[in-house]
Design a protein. Structure first.
Length: 429
């Protein structure tokens, strides 16, 4: 999911900080409350990375490389995962090599052991959990339907083992309009009745109903009329069968309130957007520095919050650490620099300061677009040779591989009220 539109931490120490300028690590929940969206920070989890020999029915390179050939010219990712903790049974070999000649490996989300490890990392960092992406166009193909179901099982098992929460997020990118309404209804019934995901004690509920994210309705380049969207929202929120009713979060265009920019223009969309239970505008790539983030808060976020509140709805801003999709789409490498977490923290601080009570981070594992927050290669020395990547020290700061997990944990603590409000990133470099 993407819609790309277009220094450093402050010197002052926040209240309650240690002498090195970093706040003491806040306590976090060993078992995250699964009964409410309020004060939750959820990370998007793509779970779409596959490789040959991973046991999946696809048995091919997916999202790591094009043309099913794991060479530098076919790379689709701009960041490289830190695989140093993975066991031999989790590693998928590529044709890339490190400087010492050793084989560079990646992982597959089909492997339950690796997904469980990701959830262990979340718990260690104090991250609440994930919204698991489920692509409607993809699950209509039998092999990928089987893969996405297994990844869902993996995520459920990881959340249950580590006391985290999870919820499904549908992405309608690439789906034909004719398949939109019936396809979503049928797949949700499958998840509820057959996979029984909402029966998990770790499936996130809100107001006594399962939380479901629906991303893409109303975007100018995605399928669906206002009538289609209204029909879907009504079915999910007022279904005659209570098993399928949800608290529905709308992953909507950044310009949902003004019906311009990335939003469809039909005036009927104004009412459609306001019929979601929670509005979550997509902001990745809408700004690229602190000034842009501040302008977004002033011109959009504040007005969005007011409009959502006036409509009796809630609001869930999206925050992201940076952006780069050179290998996926071309263009500049490190297009939106992270600046050692300062860019991400500015967005979190702005959103919480404006009154947001829930947040979504894009994303946990999105190395394709350079927004991943999990453990990543920290320096060029940790990267395969002969290819273009963005290591964690690309902006001149030496960072450990788990740095953005810790930043995400601090953001979660800030949202929950366990850290004092400060524009200064409270995590040591």
């Amino acid at each position: 999911m993407s819609a790309l539109g277009g220094a450093g931490c402050a010197a002052a120490s926040p209240e309650g900080a240690d002498s090195d300028g970093t706040a003491e690590a806040p306590a976090f929940e060993a078992v995250v409350d699964a009964t409410s969206l309020e004060r939750k920070m959820l990370f998007g989890y793509q779970g779409w990375f596959l490789g040959p020999g991973d046991g999946s029915p696809v048995n091919a390179w997916t999202h790591w490389f094009r043309n099913d050939a794991p060479i530098a010219a076919n790379l689709m990712v701009d960041q490289w995962p830190d695989t140093s903790e993975l066991g031999a049974d989790e590693l998928v070999a590529t044709d890339l090599r490190y400087a010492d000649g050793s084989v560079a490996h990646v992982y597959s989300a089909y492997n339950a052991k690796t997904v469980a490890r990701h959830f262990a990392w979340m718990k260690q960092a104090g991250i609440d959990g994930v919204c698991l992406q489920r692509f409607l166009s993809e699950v209509q193909e039998p092999r990928f339907f089987a893969v996405r179901n297994q990844v869902t099982r993996n995520v459920q098992a990881g959340a249950e083992a580590e006391g985290r929460v999870f919820a499904i997020e549908y992405d309608i990118s690439g789906v034909d309009q004719a398949d939109l309404v019936a396809g979503l209804q049928a797949d949700w019934k499958y998840l509820v009745d057959t996979l029984q995901v909402t029966a998990s004690p770790r499936y996130l509920k809100d107001g006594g109903k399962p939380v479901l994210y629906l991303w893409g309705l109303g975007f100018s380049d995605r399928a669906g009329t206002a009538a289609d969207a209204a029909r879907l929202i009504d079915w999910f929120t007022t279904s005659a069968d209570p098993r399928y009713r949800v608290t529905l979060v709308g992953g909507v265009p950044a310009h949902w309130r003004t019906l311009d920019g990335d939003s469809k223009r039909d005036a009927a969309w104004a009412g459609v957007y306001r019929s979601f239970d929670v509005l979550s505008p997509w902001t990745v790539g809408r700004f690229w520095d602190d000034a842009g983030a501040d302008a977004y808060r002033a011109r959009r976020l504040a007005g969005d919050l007011a409009a959502a509140t006036a409509a009796g709805k809630r609001y869930m801003p999206v925050v992201f650490p940076g952006f780069s999709w050179h290998n996926l789409r071309g263009g500049a490498t490190n297009e939106i620099p992270r600046r050692g977490g300062a860019f991400y923290w500015r967005q979190v601080w702005n959103a919480v300061g404006a009154g947001a009570t829930m947040l979504k981070t894009a994303m946990f594992d999105e190395v394709d677009e350079g927004t991943a927050m999990f453990k990543l290669a920290p320096t060029a020395a940790n990267l395969p040779t002969g290819a273009s990547f963005v290591p964690l020290d690309a902006d001149g700061r030496a960072l450990p591989s788990d740095f953005y997990l810790r930043v995400g944990g601090a953001a979660t603590a800030l949202l929950r009220g366990d850290l004092p409000m400060s524009p200064t990133l409270p995590v040591a470099h």
